[in-house]
Design a protein around this ligand. Structure first.
Ligand SMILES: NC(=O)c1ccc[n+]([C@@H]2O[C@H](COP(=O)([O-])OP(=O)(O)OC[C@H]3O[C@@H](n4cnc5c(N)ncnc54)[C@H](OP(=O)(O)O)[C@@H]3O)[C@@H](O)[C@H]2O)c1
Length: 223
């Protein structure tokens, strides 16, 4: 397939890149700093700073692609806003070029974060048990309030689009080797699922690309 990978120098993004190339896909990488890409990676590179104040034109990055994958996210609270802004630019470019399929990363805690498009989310994620509901989730939401607000807005942008989107919502991310064995849950978090390797999130994002039952769905993923 022809794939566009946004944030291809990030934790999940670099895993998407390595796995997509290894699987024989033809990849366009959208990055703000091409020097961070591994040398000799056979990809086309489009440079874009997605936090730019004006609208960013990503049509050249997505035109002709079969699907778009995004590991875009703020590196710090101060950079929060880039996921929603970048995804808005992506949706605009996809609409203009007729590309329909997009898979992005959000976060497990986002299911209970209010946003303009979802002002009254459930108080607790149906997949969360006592520990997650009353301890881990409130702590994470306090610590990453700006990140989660950005990701909730990003999910709004996709929900409001007519695209074939899938949102992956992992819990705490690990830099470990992939297991290629994990649990997933539609529309909710995975019961008692606390961790997942970035490599396995990438594996799942690539795996759902051509599965229509995952279109317009949020999917929890964890071990
Ligand atoms: N940490 C966790 O445990 C956890 C848990 C659940 C969900 N998440 C969420 O999962 C997502 C992916 O996580 P990750 O660890 O793979 O993230 P990451 O390593 O921080 O990667 C973020 C990517 O976004 C890119 N980016 C940031 N600002 C940009 C800008 N202005 N223009 C263009 N690209 C920009 C970064 O580019 P550079 O490489 O140039 O910086 C990087 O490629 C994030 O949204 C994160 O909040 C994290």
């Amino acid at each position: 397939m022809k794939l566009t990978i946004v944030g291809a120098t990030g934790g999940i993004g670099s895993q998407l890149l390595v796995q997509a190339v290894a699987a024989g896909h033809e990849v366009t990488a959208v990055v703000r700093n091409p020097a961070r890409l591994p040398h000799d990676t056979p990809v086309r590179v489009v440079t874009a700073d997605l936090s730019a104040a004006g609208p960013v034109d990503l049509r050249a990055a997505v035109d002709g692609s079969d699907a778009v994958l995004s590991g875009l996210g703020a590196r710090s609270g101060a950079e929060a806003g880039v996921a929603s802004r970048g995804t808005r630019a992506l949706v605009r470019a996809m609409r203009a070029t007729g590309v329909r399929r997009v898979v992005v990363v959000s976060a497990a805690s986002v299911g209970t974060v209010p946003s303009p498009g979802r002002p009254n989310p459930p108080r607790h994620n149906p997949g969360d048990g006592f520990f997650m509901r009353h301890l881990a989730a409130p702590l994470a939401k306090a610590a990453f309030r700006r990140h989660y607000g950005d990701l909730a807005l990003m999910e709004d942008v996709l929900r409001d689009s007519e695209l074939d989107w899938t949102v992956s919502r992992p819990p705490r991310l690990l830099d470990r080797r992939w297991k290629r064995s994990y649990r997933t849950a539609y529309g909710q978090n995975v019961r008692a699922g606390m961790f997942i390797a970035r490599a396995d999130v990438a594996h799942h994002m690539l795996d759902v690309l051509d599965r229509p039952e995952t279109f317009r769905r949020v999917i929890g993923i964890a071990y």
